[in-house]
Design a protein around this ligand. Structure first.
Ligand SMILES: NC(=O)c1ccc[n+]([C@@H]2O[C@H](COP(=O)([O-])OP(=O)(O)OC[C@H]3O[C@@H](n4cnc5c(N)ncnc54)[C@H](OP(=O)(O)O)[C@@H]3O)[C@@H](O)[C@H]2O)c1
Length: 336
């Protein structure tokens, strides 16, 4: 494993992190979940990402169980707040009430006194940003949260958070968690330049496009057994990547991966890590062999010729419109 700084902060994290969205407490049985975390630790991953909302709060409990007994100082535990965790109108968003209540619930489920990074899962247009930033800062002062970050925020939203933190003397955000992979590159034109300048690191999600960049989904063919595309919940999220146009281009990447001595998933994870603003790529896995395969991307350097060849192959299916980074206008889950 290789390690990087989380943005300009003093925190060191593994450049490949392990995340449990759609898997723990949902698609995979608990023994497989525990085996994946054990494989991740075995392979040198120290950074684990989850969220209060994953599997209706069950994912945090599974991760807490998987990390039970592990020396707390040897791992970095990241979680998030924003999406609904209950039926109430205050069980969502970034109000002071929900942030404080959800943080306490997350700590209980994770079985820890503090999380290393607490992230605003989206931007909340219904709460004054000052209120959110103060609530995060209070959690930091209380020692319940060590660092704060955001996820899927636009450049101007990140800039506003930095401005408020500077004006009010509050703890500043250190990270952003966007979707980023060879196909989905929407952060490159505005989020990354701002974050580079401000020392904010990207912790990127779906580095292998949820499995679409592994080459295991062939154009025009049924998805392989036990894949996310056949999972009740997961299928809704991966479907954007499963067009014949995308899948046939992905097949054309295979010879490039072979030439580089990598498998397709390794090439995909390594590609995200070539961006110096990326602090970590968060991989997901439904079985431990996937973790063991994907971690081999750590430390891999892809030369400029290979990077250009990838761009040439993927050309028309690359998505780069920065406007695609957007949070819901209302409170998530509210009807209005
Ligand atoms: N902030 C946000 O809004 C947000 C959103 C989404 C995710 N995330 C974070 O990012 C993490 C990773 O997201 P992700 O799970 O979409 O990441 P991913 O690494 O792109 O996809 C992981 C999935 O791909 C398949 N896979 C992995 N390795 C494989 C291999 N070697 N060969 C074949 N198939 C393989 C597995 O699914 P199957 O075996 O089932 O096919 C696995 O669950 C999440 O756990 C979460 O922590 C954050």
């Amino acid at each position: 494993m290789e390690f990087r700084r989380l943005g300009r902060s003093g925190l060191t994290i593994s450049e490949i992190a392990y995340g449990n969205w759609l898997t723990h407490g949902s698609q995979v049985e608990e023994d497989a979940a525990l085996a994946c975390v054990a494989a991740a630790r075995d392979e040198g991953i120290t950074t684990f990402d989850t969220a209060d909302v994953y599997a209706g709060t069950k994912a945090e409990a599974v991760l807490g169980k998987a990390l039970k007994g592990v020396r707390r100082e040897s791992v970095e535990i990241f979680t998030k707040v924003y999406w609904p965790t209950g039926p109430g109108r205050n069980d969502r968003g970034l109000s002071r009430k929900h942030i404080i209540e959800s943080a306490h619930a997350s700590l209980g489920r994770l079985g820890t006194d503090y999380v290393d990074l607490y992230q605003a899962h989206r931007y909340d247009h219904q709460t004054p940003l000052e209120e959110t930033m103060r609530a995060f800062d209070d959690l930091v002062r209380q020692g319940k949260v060590l660092y704060v970050g955001v996820s899927e925020w636009r450049a101007e939203e990140i800039a506003a958070a930095l401005r408020i933190a500077a004006e009010l003397g509050l703890d500043r955000i250190v990270s952003n968690q966007p979707q980023y992979n060879m196909i989905w590159r929407v952060i490159e034109s505005s989020v990354v330049p701002l974050c580079e300048q401000e020392g904010i690191g990207q912790i990127v999600w779906s580095p292998i496009a949820q499995g679409a960049l592994t080459g295991k989904y062939a154009p025009g063919a049924a998805p392989p057994a036990s894949s996310r595309a056949l999972d009740r919940l997961g299928s809704a999220f991966i479907k954007e990547y499963l067009s014949d146009a995308v899948l046939s281009r992905v097949q054309q990447l295979r010879p490039l991966a072979v030439q580089a001595g990598l498998t397709l998933p390794q090439l995909a994870v390594a590609w995200t890590l070539q961006n110096p603003n990326v602090s970590a790529a968060i991989i997901g896995a439904s079985r431990p062999e996937q973790v063991r395969e994907n971690v081999r991307a750590a430390g891999v350097k892809l030369g400029p010729e290979l990077m250009s060849a990838i761009d040439e192959v993927l050309g028309p299916v690359i998505v780069s419109d920065p406007a695609l980074t957007a949070s819901p206008a209302g409170r998530p889950g509210d009807d209005d």
